[in-house]
Structure formats: C-alpha cells, structure tokens
Design a binder for this molecule. Structure first.
Ligand code: FES
Length: 336
C-alpha cells in the first residue's frame, strides 16, 4: 500500500510504501531529512505530524515521550505511515546543515585491490553519519595530525563507511594502513566535511572526472544519483597510469548498464594490460569529446595536477562557467 507524504514548509512531496520509514522514503526520493542514529535513540529526526497517522515503531521512550506524541511529534527514522501524511521538518539543503561530529569507529574489513586498500569502517551501535554524497572525513591521528579521505559509500548505504586509501610511499597513515592495520582496530574521525557534492537543484548534464582514488567520492555521488533516480545525463571519465589503477572497473562498468556513460583512460598502460581503450591524460579525453561545455556541470576529483588542468582547460577552452566546476583535490600527506 502506498501513501503520499507532503513536507512542510518546502512543499516537497513523495509517494512511499507502508513498510518503509518516512526517513528511508524521503532519502530514497532525494529529500534529505536530518538524522543521526537511524535507530530511534538520538532524536535528531524528530519532526511534526501535521496531518495523518503513523505507526510510531520502536524507539527509546526517553527520546519520544507520550507528551511529544500528543503534540504531534514522531521520529521519522522509526515511523511508518498508516495514512497520507503532511509532516513538518527542516530539510538539509547544504553541507552547513549537517552537524560535524567526532566519532570512534572500528575497522570492520580491509580489502586490498592492488595499490589501493578499501577500508570498511563500522560506527558504534546507534550511530550513523549523515553526509552528502561526495563529502570527506578527517581521520584523526596521534599528535593532532589528520588525513582526509572521501567517503566512497553513498549516504543511503551507510552500514559501513568506505574509504579508498592509495599506497603512497612515505605516507605515514598509508604505511600504517598497509603494514599494520588489522580488522577490529579503532580509529577516530571528524566529519562530514567539504563542499564536493552533487548540486541537485541543477538539471544540467554532468561530466565526472576522476584520477586514481578520486574515484571514491564520484562513486558515492553516482551511487546516490542512481538510488534517488537523478534523470540528468552523466558521463564518467576515470583516469589512471595503468590498468590496475582502475581498481573498481567492474563497478563502473555496472553503472553503464544503468545509463551512466563511462570512459576509462590510461596514460601509461603496460603491455600486459593489453589496453584497447582511450589513452593519454583523463582531462584531455574530455576535451576531445566535448567541444563545448557551456551547458554542463563538471565534478573533478583526484590528483591536484589533474584537477587544476581540468579546471583551466574546461573553463578557458570549452566555455565551462567557473561556478559550474566543482572539485576536490587530494594532496598526498606530508612525509613522516
Ligand atoms: S535518527 Fe536518531 S532517533 Fe531517528
């Protein structure tokens, strides 16, 4: 059975099933309602039912009292509709609307993909990290140092936070990840941070450009876009030196089956790679394919030299408006 939900004051509305929570359904439709634990224990998702009835679900009594309910409050991470609803809550429209937290996490799994270690991090029970697809976290290290890593999972897929760590010689944290880190280790991080996220108020076609592990935030954005059903045309370029640098090629190929155009580009393919695809620098492949970028948005992430070249050439040679270029450049950590 499906119900209609109208959000006030934005007047956004969506159709949801009776067996999903209001928060789940809102996120699925791309409306970012505030949340934290997604488990009925923190109260962040508390909002007002202006009209309609719900099954309140399971939650901590101290978070939602009988008096709260009498006033029309509900926890949107637990409540499921039993009629059409009009609800009132503040929607998250920008990164500044999301609280930045400092949290511990446990290394749940380490997956090595050639030169990249994929970390799956588990938050404490009853904690979830709300973030916008494309944002990053700072891993806090001893001595007050921090290392920034983009979140590679999409916000809806948040059982584990996923980071992609490239093996950079001399990087202190990298060395730790590749040599010593083991499952069940505890880390601390601060986040979410950054303003690299899909501008969903635009209908312009999108070009994504990633080099190396710049893939991580693009993965988050594309998986989010597919989840919420973004209809814009999207073309993803992923560059690396050699084939093993495209460490999740299957994932990108799978997106192609959902309508995301994908162009992998290698700059120094090995004979053993038997590469038949595009060669050269990744941003140059975009220049070759797009004589005019005036009506586009570009999201670029990866090595600073790639991001800078993309920004310079797309804006000066292809007419991309400066404000339609979004980037996140990764600088390797200072040597230990
Ligand atoms: S998100 Fe924590 S109670 Fe709903």
């Amino acid at each position: 059975m499906a119900f209609n939900v109208l959000i006030k004051p934005s007047d956004h509305s969506f159709i949801m099933e009776a067996d999903e929570t209001i928060l789940e359904a809102g996120l699925r439709h791309g409306f970012i309602l505030p949340y934290s634990c997604r488990d009925g224990v923190c109260g962040t998702c508390k909002g007002l039912l202006l009209q309609g009835t719900v099954d309140y679900g399971k939650y901590e009594d101290s978070i939602l009292s009988e008096a709260d309910k009498a006033e029309g409050m509900a926890l949107f991470c637990c409540a499921k509709p039993t009629s059409d609803l009009i609800i009132e809550c503040r929607e998250v429209n920008a990164a500044k609307d999301i609280p930045v937290k400092t949290l511990p996490c446990r290394v749940h799994k380490l997956e090595r993909l050639d030169d990249v270690m994929v970390l799956y991090l588990k938050l404490p029970a009853n904690e979830r990290l709300q973030f916008l697809a494309g944002q990053y976290i700072d891993i806090l290290m001893k001595g007050g140092k921090a290392r920034s890593f983009s979140l590679a999972n999409a916000p809806h897929d948040d059982e584990f936070l996923q980071l992609h760590v490239r093996n950079i010689s001399g990087g202190e944290f990298t060395k730790h990840v590749f040599m010593q880190m083991k499952e069940r280790d505890i880390l601390r991080f601060k986040g979410p941070l950054g303003s690299f996220f899909l501008r969903e108020d635009s209908s312009k076609p999108v070009v994504f450009v990633a080099s190396g592990t710049g893939f991580a935030p693009i993965k988050s954005i594309i998986e989010h876009a597919l989840y919420v059903g973004v209809k814009r045309s999207m073309h993803f370029y992923w560059g690396a030196h050699k084939l093993s640098g495209l460490y999740m090629l299957d994932k990108a190929r799978e997106w192609e089956t959902h309508g995301i155009k994908f162009t992998p580009v290698l700059s120094e393919a090995l004979p053993a790679d038997e590469w038949q695809g595009r060669t050269g620098f990744v941003h140059e492949a975009v220049l070759e394919d797009y004589p005019d970028l005036f009506g586009y948005q570009v999201y670029a992430c990866g090595a600073p030299v790639v991001v800078e070249a993309a920004h310079r050439d797309f804006t000066t040679l292809r007419g991309l408006p400066n404000e339609e270029f979004f980037s996140d450049a990764f600088t390797p950590a200072p040597k230990a």
